[in-house]
Design a protein around this ligand. Structure first.
Ligand SMILES: Nc1ncnc2c1ncn2[C@@H]1O[C@H](COP(=O)(O)OP(=O)(O)OP(=O)(O)O)[C@@H](O)[C@H]1O
Length: 294
């Protein structure tokens, strides 16, 4: 595809030096003949400013250089347009790029951008206003994200302390789920909202999710059992799993009997006792390796 490629670089994502990435992008532009522009996020009004930039330069492709937050920022602007979104995975969480099999190596990921194969994906809309793309949840995992973000500690030790804190406070909550097809009540520690199969950490959430199936997966963690949880890291969950149930639907509202932590694609939201979610089918195109084109 000819035309301009806009690289949207998040300078703070993933704690790695972006100046060498910028150099690599510029030399790739010369060797591949792709004309490029590089635009950095500031962390303030990025959506409005990027929207403006995209209107001005009308790129043929946009490439998010960062983690899931940067991918979601770009996707929220490009949705329902014909402009495909590539990814150079540079975040601390790169769930969407892992789902799309984008290479972690930057030169290989740039090669995917240059080839320009694309596939469509659904997105998720929460509470009629917030977009999600990969995996969001309420309860246990969002509690860990909260411990990590709100605690004074960074790094692995801080994360480990956060896990211990979160697990020692663990109590199930009552959950009512209304989907477009049924209503059920249960108790559990977490409800995940998936457009995909696995978290950016590699942990498997469900066996059925496809990013372009027009469905979302609600996965409910009913029992907390460390060996069963460990199974998710080794891909040994099955449809009969006792501790985790998955329901596919097009929309749902979840009610809980107390306010619980909530995260959308890794970004913490205010604690909540009610989440409405619906799938927005096939509304964004990602640039993917040829093997991932359907
Ligand atoms: N220049 C900037 N300064 C500070 N924050 C920024 C800047 N640009 C983007 N951000 C913030 O970076 C976050 C998105 O980061 P992203 O998910 O791409 O990478 P990440 O390394 O996975 O991030 P994190 O692990 O902190 O969520 C958003 O919260 C956004 O507001």
């Amino acid at each position: 595809m000819s035309g301009l490629t806009l690289f949207v670089v998040n300078p703070i994502s993933g704690d790695n030096d972006k100046s060498s990435i910028t150099k690599t992008i510029k030399s790739w532009s010369q060797s591949s003949g792709e004309s490029i522009e590089i635009w950095e996020t500031s962390g303030k009004n990025d959506k409005e400013n990027l929207e403006q930039k995209i209107k001005e330069i009308a790129p043929a492709k946009v490439v998010a250089v960062g983690g899931d937050g940067t991918v979601l920022l770009c996707a929220s602007i490009l949705m329902n347009s014909k402009v495909p979104l590539g990814i150079l995975p540079m975040g601390s969480a790169n769930g969407m790029s892992a789902e799309l099999h984008i290479p972690q190596n930057i030169k290989d990921a740039l090669d995917v951008v240059h080839r320009g194969y694309s596939r469509k994906s659904d997105m998720l809309l929460f509470n009629d206003k917030d977009l999600g793309m990969h995996i969001s949840d309420i309860g246990l995992n969002a509690g860990l994200v909260k411990q990590f973000e709100e605690g004074p500690r960074r790094g692995f030790l801080g994360y480990a302390k956060g896990i211990v804190g979160e697990l020692s406070d663990l109590n199930p909550f009552k959950i009512k789920i209304e989907t477009d097809t049924d209503t059920r009540e249960t108790k559990g520690y977490m409800v995940a909202f998936g457009n995909a199969k696995r978290y950016g950490t590699g942990a498997l959430l469900n066996n059925v999710g496809k990013i372009n199936d027009g469905l979302l997966e609600l996965s409910i963690l009913n029992y907390f059992d460390i060996t069963a949880i460990a199974g998710h890291f080794f891909d040994i969950i099955n449809d009969e799993s006792e501790h985790m149930k998955t329901i596919q639907c097009k929309k749902a509202t979840i009610y809980t009997d107390r306010k619980v932590p909530f995260q959308i694609d890794g970004e913490l939201q205010p604690d909540t006792n009610q989440v409405k979610v619906e799938v927005l089918p096939d509304c964004i195109s990602f640039v993917v390796p040829q093997s991932r084109v359907l």
